[in-house]
Design a protein. Structure first.
Length: 93
């Protein structure tokens, strides 16, 4: 049986990845290719392009987004493009 507390652990997310996610959410700063693929819900490419640290963190990254990011900033290429155009949460203010 899967221990979901261990599987979806924010501490598994590399610090640089978390910083990039937070910059994207707050300011609409487009992250690198791997995170952009996660944000666009292209998990096949994300798994292919992840480094070793991010590969094991993908479930935690998705869980982090689900719990901390507005629904309209991730999940499709269109959402990502629009989020970047509006400059993230700061653009909403």
């Amino acid at each position: 049986m899967i221990d979901h507390n261990e599987f979806y652990n924010h501490e598994k997310i590399p610090e640089t990845t978390k910083i990039a996610l937070d910059l994207y959410i707050r300011r609409g700063v487009i992250p690198g290719r791997f995170l952009t693929e996660v944000l666009e819900n292209n998990l096949k490419l994300a798994y292919k392009n992840a480094d070793d640290h991010n590969l094991v963190a993908i479930p935690s990254i998705v869980y982090y987004l689900y719990n901390n990011a507005p629904a309209n900033c991730w999940g499709s290429p269109h959402f990502v493009t629009e989020w970047v155009k509006q400059r993230g949460m700061e653009g909403l203010l």
